[in-house]
Unconditional design. Structure first.
Length: 275
């Protein structure tokens, strides 16, 4: 894989001079995307020693070149027709993935065994962990990293991050629950076992605040095993006082506690919100 990485980086440096129809260039790019598609490589991962997200930029380079080096094609997957440069994934059964009609995943994404896709969409470069449910009309954007046993509820929007190539994608860690119509974008991160209530908007500019102390915990990073809801905080402007969006951590959970749905629903109802 290191040889391929060097070749992709060399090709990236020369990309404006390379003929998009060059068969050797196309093969290199498709080999790299094939590693993403099979799960042998991933666009980003958490470095356990630093707890930081590390981006494998050469794989983002490969994705960007794939769009340039591929021709538009008409693809028929009865009863549907598509016109695109990137094909859809196929043969889900052999990978142990359940895909309900109306769902689709682009080639170059990886779905671990045990994933369930309700009518939804998974873009190129994304990775979805085993036991995860991608519920109806949820979207997993390009390069997003979704952990194991995650629930993405109906209408959830997980944003894609392709450019700039050094930018971290959205990361949803194992066991997290993302409530209906929540929007997690621009490289935001949700920690292991966290519960994100319906309608929460999270990106790296959104403050995450501890409800007990009023302290700002982070920007765009919900801590592990916590319950987070949408809120606002007041800010004075020349034209008056206005509420700016924030995310409020209202409870810290014990490991595994997020699976107590009845208890969580009672907690959220007490705060006038829902999952």
């Amino acid at each position: 894989m290191s040889d391929l990485e060097l070749q992709i980086e060399d090709l990236w440096m020369r990309r404006t001079d390379v003929d998009p129809s060059d068969p050797e260039a196309r093969k290199l790019v498709r080999d790299a995307i094939g590693l993403l598609d099979s799960g042998e490589a991933r666009v980003a991962e958490i470095d356990v020693s630093t707890d930081k997200v590390v981006v494998n930029e050469w794989l983002k380079h490969a994705i960007l070149m794939l769009f340039r080096f591929s021709d538009m094609e008409t693809m028929e997957l009865a009863p549907f027709e598509f016109a695109d440069r990137v094909p859809l994934k196929r043969d889900y059964a052999s990978g142990g993935v359940r895909v309900v009609p109306g769902a689709s995943a682009r080639w170059g994404s990886y779905l671990e065994p045990g994933v369930t896709l309700m009518p939804s969409y998974v873009n190129i470069g994304a990775r979805v962990g085993s036991g995860t449910m991608v519920d109806t009309w949820a979207t997993v954007g390009s390069c997003a990293q979704i952990g194991k046993r995650v629930h993405l509820s109906g209408g959830v929007g997980i944003g894609g991050v392709l450019e700039p190539v050094q930018a971290s994608p959205v990361v949803i860690e194992d066991e997290a629950f993302i409530g209906s119509r929540a929007m997690i974008t621009e490289g935001a991160r949700v920690g292991e076992g966290a519960v994100v209530a319906a309608g929460v908007i999270l990106n790296p500019s959104i403050p995450v605040i501890d409800a007990e102390t009023g302290t700002e915990i982070s920007r765009g990073h919900i801590p592990p095993w916590s319950v987070a809801i949408s809120a606002t905080r007041s800010r004075q402007f020349a034209g008056g006082e206005f509420g700016l969006p924030c995310v409020l951590v209202i409870k810290r959970l014990n490991e595994g506690e997020r699976h107590d749905k009845a208890g969580l629903n009672d907690l959220l109802r007490d705060h006038g919100v829902a999952t």
